[in-house]
Design a protein around this ligand. Structure first.
Ligand SMILES: [Zn+2]
Ligand SMILES: [Zn+2]
Length: 825
């Protein structure tokens, strides 16, 4: 009698049992065999997770269960990146307080994780929106302030007039707010920054030590930091009796600098325009450029616009007068907000020179090219050799030539070698309610005063109105704003900016290690035992900012003597997205709510079970690659699990002994080897394929009764052990029904026996009626029937058997087989 595969009952039973036994809880006082795995903590957005999100968590859980079975002391915590704009928008739109909304969403997501059978150590749970967490953001901020790493300055910022907040550059897409699509304007505001630029070189050097990171992510980080070596060169402007300093990575093209371009915001621009007859019109143009988002201005596609100041500068290498222009493609932040334009050898300068009819002068010449400059349609990018640039004629492009130029420029007193970075300091101020309050007050007598540690946490007031009107709701809360100056005891005004949520996520992995510690940010001894994170798993969208900020703050904490390591994440894995056909766009696209192409796990789990979703999700393709969801293919995973479910009832029918168990044993050991390798490499898709093969081999052996019952049982036990990380519920149930009393997680991961894999080949002499007729090569473990079948298939043997029939075959194992014939009856 077969029991039907009742996935609903089985999954509920085991989920409750894992929860009740707190099976994933880790005692952090011990760390031998430690493996700290970390999923990027999610934002509780209020949207139910779909199967595309599931890929990430299921993958992590499969790895976790595998690690547990291999005897690792695996830590798999979970928490919530719980501050951020959507909560505040929900409050405005639906009248729910951000805190209530967020905490309710967290409960929903926890329930979803449970239904997927995912094991987290909930005793380490953290939520960044709770004072017990964010007080340590504030504590850290005060330490950064003491060290001058946190500071305040006026800065042009991207401002969304609709969301009424400052946006980071990456939140500006094509000049508009990423969230609401409103065109972004530039505003000057007093803002808090973290001095990440001081760490630029260490952040670069650290990347070289991260062998377990995808090369792609390291390249993205290097580009973001954007270190360039070059020179600062001063160009005199006689009319102002001043000089303008430019930065260039190509000082070797100095002779080709035929004009200077300043950012319209450059401090000298106004003075240069004082006597200009169009000064009012140009001032209006400057204002318009100033209001264009930086990211748009730095785009290659953005039309280049410029204005001639009418002034000239002196090229120090040639002594020639060259015009000074203002143009939108030069940004005030890069270098000193001024460039020497070398149109012959730079694409942007070339385009601008052609557009405005400015002179072009070659430094590097190609062989045989006497350079009709009027015919030049694109710049020559440093190919060939230098001509007409004494004393460098004949020099070829390369680092030595650049170094010679820098030395020459320094000798002449025109400038000096310099390294610049694209990386800017981290702007952490947000003019929003739902974030960590910055723990300082402003006093008329003492100015900005940091709060003493014993006044932390500065808690967000609950009683705040969310109207969506101009400004930060915090600044309208009198109970919050009115404070006492810790220095003079007089009235003070509390800072109403809150911190960027990237501050929360840049150290949460340390808080998991001391989640309930009310006395300190984290315990250093525990951190030194458990850090670094052995495996970090999350989306490629966090390749730059989150990972860079986390690496930065880890180095800061290291410098504070709080943690020994400097790099928090030893290995990084970015899972690929799940795509699906979208009716809206008519295309296969990333699964998302807005595209209307999501699949809810709820229906799927009700119909076929969480184990089916897990196996399908892991089978869908290499986990680092994008994969397309197929509703039809899911049922293949269900059929596989149903077949596994039915195997035990057939085990009883296997014969007590069999001629040879070698075949099934070999399959069993080969599967152990392959699945182990797959788990080590995260290629769970190949693990599923191997397990399907073992299930087929076992099924065939049972059908043909070709393997003994002990051998079949061993194969089945191995199958469910290896399948456990992928399909945990069904395997626990089958394991228990096999008479085991402890969870599969406590069972030791099977190890393969190399000898069992071996297909020993031996040579056998083949006799027909005692006479040598052939030699064959067979598997050493082959049964007599198998050997006889091989020998009878030999053409030579067939020749000698012609007209006779086989009476019997005598096998001398390892040596010979004699076929005894007789006349056909
Ligand atoms: Zn907006
Ligand atoms: Zn004061």
């Amino acid at each position: 009698m077969s029991t039907p595969y009742d996935h609903k009952a089985i999954e509920a039973k085991w989920q409750d049992r894992w929860e009740a036994s707190r099976t994933a809880e880790v005692d952090l006082r011990q760390a031998d065999g430690k493996y700290y795995m970390l999923m990027m903590f999610p934002y509780p957005s209020g949207d139910r997770l779909h199967v595309g999100h599931g890929r990430n968590y299921i993958l992590g859980d499969a790895l976790y269960r595998y690690l547990r079975m291999t005897g690792k002391r695996a830590l798999n915590p979970m928490g919530w990146d719980a501050f951020g704009l959507p909560a505040e928008n929900a409050a405005i739109q639906r009248g729910i307080h951000p805190r209530d909304w967020t905490l309710a969403n967290i409960e929903v997501m926890k329930e979803q994780f449970k239904r997927w059978g995912i094991l987290y150590d909930w005793s380490k749970e953290i939520a960044s929106c709770l004072p017990e967490y964010y007080r340590w953001n504030q504590w850290l901020f005060l330490r950064l302030l003491e060290k001058g790493i946190a500071y305040k300055k006026m800065a042009p910022v991207n401002w969304c007039p609709s969301c009424r907040t400052v946006l980071a550059n990456e939140q500006v897409v094509d000049g508009a707010c990423e969230r609401c699509g409103t065109p972004v304007i530039q505003r000057d505001l007093e803002q808090w920054f973290f001095r990440i630029t001081d760490y630029a070189d260490r952040l670069l050097a650290g990347l070289d030590t991260l062998e377990g990171w995808p090369e792609k992510v390291k390249i993205m980080q290097r580009n973001w930091i954007g270190r360039s070596e070059g020179a600062e060169i001063r160009f005199a402007i006689p009319a102002l009796n001043e000089s303008v300093t430019v930065f260039t990575t190509r000082p070797d093209t100095l002779h080709g600098a035929t004009f200077l371009v300043l950012a319209p915001e450059h401090p000298l621009a106004a003075r240069l325009l004082e006597k200009h007859r169009d000064s009012a019109a140009i001032a209006a143009w400057i204002e318009a450029v100033r209001n264009t988002p930086r990211i748009q201005r730095s785009s290659e596609e953005n039309p280049k616009e410029g204005r001639d100041t009418g002034a000239v500068a002196i090229n120090p290498a040639t002594g020639e007068e060259i015009p000074v222009w203002l143009a939108n493609y030069v940004l005030p932040e890069y270098g000193s907000g001024a460039i020497m334009a070398v149109p012959a050898h730079d694409a942007r300068d070339f385009a601008f020179a052609r557009q405005e009819g400015l002179p072009i002068r070659l430094v590097y010449h190609l062989e045989g090219d006497e350079s009709d400059l009027t015919a030049l349609t694109e710049p020559i990018l440093h190919q060939g050799t230098i001509r007409n640039a004494p004393p460098f004629d004949g020099a070829a492009d390369g680092p030595e030539t650049i170094a010679r130029f820098i030395a020459w420029i320094e000798t002449n007193g025109w400038g000096n070698g310099k390294v610049v970075y694209r990386l800017r300091d981290w702007l952490i101020s947000r003019q929003r309610y739902w974030g960590t309050p910055i723990p300082v007050v402003y006093c008329d007598t003492d100015g900005m005063v940091p709060l003493p540690d014993d006044q932390l946490p500065v808690e967000l007031p609950y009683d705040v109105e969310f109207t969506g009107r101009e400004g930060n709701p915090l600044s309208r809360s009198a109970s919050f704003v009115d404070a006492v100056c810790p220095q003079c005891g007089g009235p003070a005004r509390r800072e109403t900016d809150t911190m960027d949520t990237f501050v929360d996520s840049s150290w949460y992995y340390l808080r998991y290690l001391s989640p309930r510690d009310g006395t300190q940010m984290f315990d250093s001894a525990t951190a030194d035992r458990w850090m670094p994170v052995d495996q970090y798993i999350g989306g490629i969208e966090h390749a730059i900012l989150h990972l860079l900020y986390a690496r930065f703050l880890c180095k800061v904490l290291h410098d504070f003597g709080m943690v020994g390591i400097e790099e928090p994440f030893q290995n990084l894995f970015n899972q690929g997205m799940i795509t699906r056909f979208s009716e809206k766009s008519g295309r296969i696209e990333k699964m998302s709510k807005s595209r209307g192409n999501t699949v809810s796990p709820d229906e799927l789990i009700d119909g076929m079970g969480a184990d089916t979703e897990r196996v399908y999700t892991l089978f869908i393709g290499p986990p680092e690659k994008e994969a397309e969801w197929s509703d039809e293919a899911v049922s293949g995973a269900y059929r596989f699990l149903t077949r596994v479910w039915k195997l035990p009832e057939r085990l009883a029918e296997a014969p007590p002994t069999a001629a040879s168990d070698a075949g099934l044993e070999r399959d069993r050991h080969a599967t152990i080897q392959r699945v182990t390798q797959s788990c080590e490499r995260f290629s769970f898709n190949t693990a599923v394929a191997s397990l399907m093969e073992l299930s087929n081999s076992l099924s065939r052996a049972l059908e043909e009764k070709s393997a003994s019952r002990p051998c079949c049982e061993a194969a089945f036990d191995t199958l469910i052990q290896l399948l456990h990380p992928l399909a945990p519920h069904i395997t626990e149930e089958l394991w228990e029904r096999r008479g085991h009393t402890r969870s599969l997680l406590e069972s030791a991961w099977p190890e393969h026996d190399e000898a069992k894999l071996h297909r020993d080949r031996i040579h056998l002499v083949v006799q027909v009626d005692g006479k040598l007729r052939d030699r064959v090569e067979v598997d050493a473990a082959a049964s007599e029937e198998e050997v006889r079948a091989i020998v009878l298939a030999s053409p030579k043997v067939q020749e000698h058997l012609a007209g006779r029939e086989l009476a019997k075959a005598v096998l001398v194992p390892g040596r010979l087989i004699n076929l005894v014939t007789r006349k056909p009856a």
